[in-house]
Design a protein around this ligand. Structure first.
Ligand code: COA
Length: 192
């Protein structure tokens, strides 16, 4: 069953994230920190979970650029000290953490009104035993129903090394828009 995410889901979502994104930036932090990250997005985004036998086995989250950015700022603002302390104990992410802090407040003038309203899928993951079962596909289908109420397209970014996700996105109808050094920017046009 796919339903809206709520506060009590956040710990399980953080655990899935920690397990599935351990080679990504946020995945290096504690489950508690990851939970705080997702909580910041809860009220401003499309945020769905898949539940089977009362256990969460996947989630998808995304929304308008302008809302995602506000949530990210809120997360940093509310958790600055916690973020700094956890980062100090992880020297291998110093550079990435520093870059992210600098990027956190883009010049508002550099984001056009059109770009601010573009919809992105920020995060999708299923638990290990839900991979290859169609759960991810169901999450995307439901996410698209909600995106479709506001827009006829949305985008996402994926690491070039994440073959499984890239194959999945191709199958779901995404096309490559831009290739960068280590990531690919993909978009999908919705036909209802
Ligand atoms: C990305 C993700 C949501 C896709 O869900 P999934 O259930 O694994 O996807 P599927 O198994 O339906 O499809 C994956 C495709 O990858 C390929 N694939 C399957 N197993 C694979 C493996 N072990 N390694 C590489 N590719 C594989 C296949 O081409 C498959 O398509 P097919 O079924 O038509 O053959 C899921 O793998 C996941 O949660 N990954 C960890 C988090 C993540 O990377 N999220 C995306 C960040 S951008």
């Amino acid at each position: 069953m796919i339903r809206q995410a709520n506060h009590s889901d956040m710990n399980e979502i953080a655990r899935i994230h920690k397990q599935q994104f351990n080679d990504h930036f946020l995945g290096r932090y504690s489950v508690r920190m990851i939970q705080k990250f997702y909580e910041s997005y809860l009220d401003s985004c499309i945020f769905l979970v898949s539940v089977s036998d009362e256990v969460i086995n996947g989630f998808v989250m995304g929304g308008r650029y302008v809302n995602l950015n506000k949530s990210k700022e809120k997360f940093i603002h509310d958790n600055k000290l916690h973020y700094i302390i956890e980062t100090i104990f992880r020297p291998y992410i110093y550079l990435q953490a520093f870059r992210r802090l600098r990027l956190i407040k883009p010049d508002p003038a550099s984001v056009s009104e059109t770009d601010a309203n573009l919809i992105s899928l920020l995060s999708i993951s299923v638990s290990e035993n839900a991979k290859g079962t169609g759960v991810a596909s169901e999450l995307i289908n439901e996410f698209e129903k909600q995106v479709g109420l506001e827009s006829d397209a949305y985008s996402l970014s994926v690491k070039k090394t994440n073959n499984r996700a890239i194959q999945f996105y191709y199958r779901k109808g995404f096309v490559i828009e831009v290739e960068k050094e280590s990531s690919i920017f993909m978009t999908k046009t919705l036909h209802f």
